[in-house]
Design a protein around this ligand. Structure first.
Ligand code: TRP
Ligand code: ZN
Length: 485
């Protein structure tokens, strides 16, 4: 009998509501740019046609770096921000869009480093359309600076879960999967455009601001504390975070010298002490299973349960709602390889995140005197994995590679059935080749983006003699429960 493990999908999580996108006015842009000299640029697209969020992200440029300077006061709930966005034009551009939900835009300039010219801009829904003074040529690297302010919004999804800017008991917490990061900074908010970041946050003295990457500086002046975080490796905006509150921040290193930065809400200190002490051990086990860790620091952010509500694999250090158990830690840290480093090309490829992170839990259990992955697989197939028959049935609701709608991206077929796909591959190729495949996959797309077709091609190349046709057809793309386990 297989014990029922904690199911991550039990935790309420955002189910992907996007504020209604109002069509934005480009007509005026077209008319005005028609008379600018040199190359005739066109406006960049207002979305990248994600199958679930067509207006998310923007076309015509590729962001390489975000420099965010923020200040936030929980007492007034106001955020003041400056976003310096360095990007490369991928077409001649007369105008381009950024995604920004709520907040007031105070000024936009576009230019090269240090010398920006005032740009015109207008807003419609979450589309901020910027028309630079001069057209941008394909290949140009340009810097857009947006000054903005206001009270950041929390996006409430149909299932009642929340993302974006969450106000907490002692501050705020930014969670961005799948669309929420547009509530606290303007940008190209689609997972396909990853960039490095510098995030500088000023908060009232006594509070701390925790983010991704490494803490480069923390200075208190005139009753305000400024923390400067640097994120060198490419990051998708949905795993960017800022956590503001009363945190105890501790820094240690793993055996091979990787910084471990852990921020814990003092109310969670006692309960999370032991599990957080196991981060180096979990990291070592994951490196042995998935290959070299892709980032320059690790850790965790532990907030109160009522503040976060669900966990998120924010880059370098996942956010947890209260003290996690070890498997939960294993899951979120596994996402650093699968999700944060190898990032889905679109939201349809979400099972490449959750299937892997769930399978990481199974492998951990198998290696630590728990149920084997095979036992878990069989129990799910048989339908006695969960106590609730409805949950057992829900595993078969839709194919992992084709979620039925944006509202179901975080459902069980993406998690458990996604993991079952990986187990089918393991059964087909054997443990050694399977080990090579999961590590090789992480290495092949390190710091990049990948989709399901990339994955199936990679698996086929790794085991040229095996036939995966039925696995893809029945387990990955097929509706309903496959006829055979
Ligand atoms: N990715 C998170 C995890 O598995 C869960 C999650 C948080 C999520 N927010 C989401 C899943 C939004 C889908 C959509 O740990
Ligand atoms: Zn996950």
């Amino acid at each position: 009998m297989v014990s029922r493990p904690r199911r991550i999908a039990d935790v309420p999580r955002p189910s992907a509501a996007l504020p209604s996108a109002v069509p934005f006015a480009l007509a005026i842009t077209l008319v005005l740019t028609a008379c600018s000299g040199g190359v005739q640029g066109k406006p960049g697209a207002s979305g990248v046609r994600d199958p679930y969020f067509p207006k998310l992200g923007n076309g015509g440029y590729d962001v390489t770096h975000y420099g965010l300077t923020l200040s936030y006061d929980p007492a007034t709930k106001r955020l003041n921000g400056t976003a310096e966005i360095t990007a490369k034009a991928t077409q001649d551009l007369s105008a381009f869009n950024l995604d920004l939900e709520g907040l007031d835009v105070d000024e936009v300039t576009v230019g090269s480093e240090g010398e920006g010219a005032d740009a015109r801009w207008n807003r419609a829904g979450h589309e901020l359309t910027v028309r630079p003074h001069d057209d941008l040529d394909k290949g140009d690297t340009f810097r857009t600076t947006v000054r903005y302010s206001g009270t950041p919004e929390t996006l409430t999804d149909p299932d009642g879960s929340e993302e974006g800017w969450l106000r907490t008991a002692d501050g705020a917490l930014a969670l961005g999967e799948p669309t929420g990061s547009m509530t606290w900074f303007p940008g190209n908010h689609h997972p396909s455009d990853k960039a490095s970041y510098d995030i500088k946050v000023t908060v009232p003295e006594g509070l701390r601001a925790v983010s991704n990457g490494e803490l480069k500086d923390e200075t208190t002046l005139n009753g305000r504390t400024t923390a400067t975080w640097h994120i060198a490796e490419p990051m998708a905006s949905y795993v960017a975070t800022v956590a503001i509150g009363r945190y105890d921040i501790t820094r240690s290193t793993t055996k091979n010298g990787l910084p471990v930065i852990v921020a814990v809400d003092p109310t969670q200190a006692e309960a999370s002490k032991q599990v957080l002490a196991s981060i180096p051990e979990v990291m070592e086990w994951e490196e042995a299973n998935f290959g070299p860790y892709p980032f320059s620091s690790t850790g965790a952010i532990v907030d109160r349960e009522e503040d976060a509500g669900y966990a998120l694999e924010t880059q370098n250090r996942p956010v947890f709602p209260g003290a996690p158990d070890t498997e939960f830690l294993v899951h979120e840290l596994a996402h650093q390889w699968y999700g944060d480093s190898v990032t889905p090309r679109t939201w349809r490829d979400m099972w490449l995140n959750e299937g892997f992170a769930t399978y990481a839990e199974w492998l951990w259990q198998e290696d630590h005197d728990g149920d084997t992955a095979d036992e878990i697989f069989n129990s799910l197939y048989k339908g006695d994995y969960y106590d609730d028959p409805e949950l057992n049935e829900a595993v078969w609701a839709f194919p992992p590679a084709k979620p039925s709608s944006a509202a179901h991206l975080s459902d069980s077929p993406v998690y458990e059935r996604g993991a079952m796909v990986l187990h089918k591959i393991r059964q087909t190729v054997g443990d050694d080749t399977f080990h090579d495949i999961i590590g090789g996959w992480a290495a092949a797309h390190r710091h990049g983006n990948a989709d399901t077709a990339d994955f199936t091609a990679y698996v086929e190349k790794s085991a040229p003699d095996a036939d995966f046709g039925a696995i893809w057809k029945d387990w990955l793309y097929g509706e309903g429960k496959p006829a055979k386990p």
